[in-house]
Design a protein around this ligand. Sequence first.
Ligand code: EPZ
Length: 432
Amino acid sequence: MKDKFVIQGLSGRKTLSGKIKVNGAKNAILKVMASSVLFEDGIEMKNIPDIEDVKRLSELLGKMGVVVSKKNKGIYSIDAKKIKYCELDREISERIRASIVLTGPILSRFGEVSFPVPGGCVIGARPIDFFVEGFEKMGAEMEFKNDRYYIKVKTGKKLKGAEIFFRAPSVTATETFVMAGVLAKGKTVLKNCAIEPEIKNLADFLISCGAKIKGAGTSTIEIIGGGLLKSKGKIYKAMPDRIEAGSFLIMGALCADNLEITDCNPNDIEILIEILKDAGVPLEIGKTSIKIKGNAKLKNKDFKSIGFKTKEFPGFPTDLQAPMVIFLTQATGESLVFETIFEGRLNFVEDINRMGANIILLDPHRALVKGPTSFRGREVESPDLRAGLAFIIAGILAKGESIIDNVYLIDRGYERIEERLQKIGVKIERIS
Ligand code: EPZ
């Protein structure tokens, strides 16, 4: 069913207040779930939010005989004892890009893997050349027929360790080959790896279950292949979602007087904190929380507009680009936003301009944002998960009512977002 959100805007008033808790990180959890294929027994996971992508990946694993059971609030157990090889289901794997990371564990455990062309999403083409080239270097060969990739190691041998240099730091490619290396024969060396915190979070858990991985979180990672892993009841606790934390922080800067963002890791969004502090947002940074205090006495036009460029970690995260553009539409000045990672990730600006923003799209990667501008509520459709949250922020600060269609995309990564926002004073309802 196509749910919608209806939001009554605050017309620029800063009335949100209270506490909002950050959930476990979607982009860490999905990869740990995929790593269950590397295990002889199974894995226990906690701090797992109730989001669509977790449900989709559970279904995908279920088709391979991996039993994913939700024990109670946020606790999952994944039993891989009865896993059997099968081709990745097209309908499900096209819906979540993260399913691509399953190729590493499946190929290294079963010697073959078959998957459809991953669903390109609106933020840009999502090539998988790094994956195909890397598997070929590890002794597999790829065939493409009836819209599916078939990758097999040559005549029943196991994947063998190799040296792989990524032409660009790719998050899911790095994670996929760390997992492929765990069961491959011999040593795998990965160079020019992505260094996002989710990668170290995954590796630390695998190491605690016996994997031999060195260098995760740096650009060179070494993996010594061995047998199936055994968790022996070790529990994976999901790290806080840095993109959720950053989105709530930007929302608070624009619409809250006193707001505390709890259960987060400020170190993972240092660059956003620095930019918002330089813009004039009153922040107090704790060990696991961020407080916005006495913000109502400031108007958003008192904030300085500061341009930014998205970069791989520790640069400005592309997943926070859309919410940050909303911030710049309210601050005073003219700033350039340079989206260096994806070519389709600025398309949402035309909908924001229809709400009253003054953003000029210079080319698919660069936009000029002039502020301050006042927003009027409109009906908009969220094009992707992260722009969806930017539309919610725009709807909250606007004058009048906004309707956001296709909130499935938002539910993919944010658990019952409307209930959590109602608790801090947002007038938002879900209608089916
Ligand atoms: C991950 O996507 C995240 N997804 C994305 O979050 C995030 O935006 C992105 O990293 C960048 O931080 C998950 O972790 C599930 P990439 P990923 O491979 O791994 C090029 C969200 O909203 N590339 O790091 O798919 C690619 O074109 C999502 O949660 C190749 O050229 O991104 C891009 O320019 C959106 N060939 C660059 O690498 C390849 O084979 C980085 O993309 C693979 C990637």
